[in-house]
Design a protein around this ligand. Structure first.
Ligand SMILES: [Zn+2]
Length: 62
């Protein structure tokens, strides 16, 4: 994979599995931090509160 290419990740709620949205991230940022260590809290409409999101790489067929 070429350097600098960004990947689309799907954000889902860790608790309910509800799909919250998508985010584009480099697989590894400039500080060498992997996307796996990316932490973010988002509002989940199912849980009705801010939850820690789980990232999952979105596969593209095209
Ligand atoms: Zn939720």
């Amino acid at each position: 994979m070429p350097r600098g290419k960004r990947t689309v990740f799907m954000m889902t709620c860790k608790v309910s599995g509800n799909r919250i949205g998508t985010i584009r991230l480099h697989r590894q940022n400039s500080r060498g931090v992997s996307w796996k260590d990316f932490k973010r809290e988002k509002y989940c409409s199912v849980c009705r509160k801010k939850v820690e999101v789980k990232l999952k790489e979105e596969k593209h067929s095209s």
